[in-house]
Design a protein around this ligand. Structure first.
Ligand code: ITT
Length: 220
């Protein structure tokens, strides 16, 4: 694979977001837009190998994704791993959120499975939260931040925006599911926004220093 990051610096201020999920990428880009970086995702690197998300925790998976992609590309890399943790299900689907209904499950399949598993559970006990861990890996640092957003799982889907479990996730103070919110609102209050806002000072620091977090990646 050819690569344009041969120089010892990163003048284009490129940051790789280690995701193949375009919905996540869109949200991350929106929250970080004020940093004026060039955001790349794994869709820009079709030749990179799949990363097996075999960690026992969200933190482990986030660090693994960011480390592998940083090692392959040499660029600073930010990875997001997110899980929906439902209290009445003992924290499931958690780390298995993307494959809750099977390896090839769609968002709709996962939402249907969640509704089935929660059948008969009354509203006050339908509490849940999204937990998002961001991992930033550069040549000499691993930094993680976390964001949590509390809500309830509804008994039917509501709204067309967002992605994943958003149509089922009721955010009580706003009287809306994430999927009923304008993207600007979700991107202000979500688990992902909280984790990213904690990461911003580290990114600002990284991109204001000389070496821009580069290392000798395999594709250099
Ligand atoms: P990458 O690993 O390539 O980033 P992924 O979709 O597998 O993509 P995760 O393992 O972090 O990413 O996400 C697990 C699933 O949780 C994801 O597929 C969605 O179904 C759901 N999810 C994540 N963030 C969400 C959000 O903000 N709103 C609703 N559902 C979300």
């Amino acid at each position: 694979m050819g690569c344009s990051f041969r120089s010892a610096t990163n003048p284009k201020k490129q940051l790789i977001i280690a995701t193949r999920n375009p919905d996540k990428f869109r949200e991350i880009r929106a929250v970080l837009s004020d940093l004026k970086l060039e955001f790349l995702s794994l869709i820009d690197f079709p030749d990179l190998p799949e990363i097996e998300e075999d960690g026992q925790t969200i933190e482990e998976n986030a660090i693994k994704k960011a480390t592998e992609i940083h090692n392959h590309t040499g660029l600073p890399c930010l990875a997001d791993d997110t899980g929906l943790e439902v209290d009445s299900l003992g924290g499931a689907p958690g780390v298995y959120s993307s494959r809750y209904a099977g390896e090839t499950a769609t968002y709709a399949d996962n939402c249907r499975k969640l509704l089935e598993e929660m059948e008969g559970i009354p509203y006050p006990q339908r509490t849940a939260h999204f937990r998002c861990v961001m991992a930033l890996v550069t040549k000499n640092k691993v930094i993680t931040t976390e964001g949590v957003c509390e809500g309830y799982i509804l008994t039917q889907m509501r709204g067309q925006n967002g992605f994943g479990y958003d149509p089922l996730f009721w955010v009580e103070p706003y009287g809306k599911t994430f999927a009923e919110m304008e993207p600007e609102l979700k991107n202000r209050i979500s688990h992902r926004a909280i984790a990213l806002n904690k990461m911003k000072p580290h990114l600002l620091n990284l991109f204001s220093t000389e070496d821009f977090g580069l290392c000798s990646g395999k594709f250099k």
